[in-house]
Design a protein around this ligand. Structure first.
Ligand code: ISE
Length: 337
């Protein structure tokens, strides 16, 4: 094992603050060295209890700080490309929250920049791959324990959305996880995406049609459907049912205590993704740190970020025209094989 990772966290919003806390309290072999946010007061408040960490407003200043040797990017997606390219130039290990970038062309530029470097430095924050049930289902599929996988049925429900969450973000910010999950489960690329807009909830803010039904097809013809419902009110739920030749496997159901009292039975629904995927995020970040300290890079790659960006682009077009839209991908560079 080499030196401790001294991480610059870029973006101290909801996800950034969660990762800062995680790095500071639960992850071994890494420390927060700098926090960057356009809102200096917000950056300062997140480093208040972290000795030796500086609060800044400029990502480049953080990258040039001699005390920094790794980067975790948690800004909105449209800011990722610039920071990624600069962090790659430094040769730092990078954990970039999803999406890699908001569109396929910019994601491809990042892939090209990494290729020029000649080795992988970017891990994309698709944390579901680190969830124990996702990993277990992945093994059932790869080992063909129940024969061939035929279909996947996904439910992705959020209690509500922050202001400014556009109709496109149902695809780019939320269904991007299912694009990655389908690719992870099947080991195949996605060939087409179709989106159907049915009856809308009156709880959806202006400009959002919610829920939506997304139909995904892979190279071998596996069909995956997604109910994306981002104003579901009751809580946060992410679940998948996989249909095989010889059986059905469900993951992501309710967890925790099942209680009967006062004439009622039940448990608690998780309130948000930080809570639902806390263990997955911990494992994901620890795996990134451990690999980086060995001089390696594992997990979802820039190629996965690019391929899912291409799926999102097809998904947003499909939202508009209701057609089955083909996913266009460049040839996969050898670096990612
Ligand atoms: C959010 O950005 C996430 O990544 C969550 O995992 C997802 O459930 C949510 O829909 C997104 O907005």
């Amino acid at each position: 094992m080499t030196e401790t990772l001294r991480v610059a966290v870029i973006g101290a919003g909801r996800m950034g603050a969660d990762h800062i806390q995680r790095l500071n309290s639960r992850i071994n072999g890494a420390e927060v060295a700098a926090v960057v946010d356009v809102d200096l007061a917000r950056a300062q408040s997140t480093v208040a209890d972290i000795p030796g960490a500086v609060a800044l407003t400029d990502a480049e200043e953080a990258l040039n700080n001699g005390d920094v040797n790794a980067v975790l990017i948690a800004t909105p997606g449209f800011l990722h490309e610039d920071i990624l390219v600069k962090a790659l130039a430094k040769g730092f290990p990078i954990l970039c929250e999803k999406p890699l970038t908001p569109d396929a062309a910019s994601a491809w530029r990042v892939v090209e920049a990494e290729q020029e470097l000649g080795h992988k430095r970017i891990q994309v924050g698709f944390m579901r791959r680190y969830d124990t049930e996702y990993a277990a289902l992945g093994n059932v599929i790869r080992n063909r324990e129940l024969g061939e996988l035929l279909m996947l049925h996904h439910q992705h429900r959020n209690p509500d959305t922050p202001p400014g969450f556009t109709n496109e973000m149902l695809i780019n910010d939320s269904v991007v996880h299912e694009f990655d999950a389908v690719r992870f489960f099947t080991g195949e690329e996605i060939t087409s995406v179709q989106v159907r807009l049915g009856k809308a909830s009156r709880n959806a803010p202006a400009g959002q049609h919610d829920p939506q039904h997304v139909l995904i097809e892979t190279e071998s013809g596996v069909l995956a459907d997604v109910e994306i419902f981002v104003n579901a009110r009751f809580g946060y739920e992410v679940a998948t049912q996989a249909t095989f030749e010889e059986g059905v496997v469900s993951i992501g159901g309710d967890r925790g205590l099942y209680t009967r009292t006062a004439g009622r039975w039940g448990g608690q629904v998780t309130s948000g993704f930080e809570e639902r995927f806390v263990a997955a995020y911990d494992v994901e970040i620890q795996a990134w740190v451990d690999a980086a300290r060995r001089g390696e890079l594992g997990g979802p790659s820039a190629w996965d970020g690019y391929a899912t960006a291409a799926c999102c682009e097809a998904g947003v077009e499909a939202q508009k025209n209701g057609e089955k839209v083909a996913v266009k991908l460049n040839a996969k560079p050898a670096l990612y094989n």
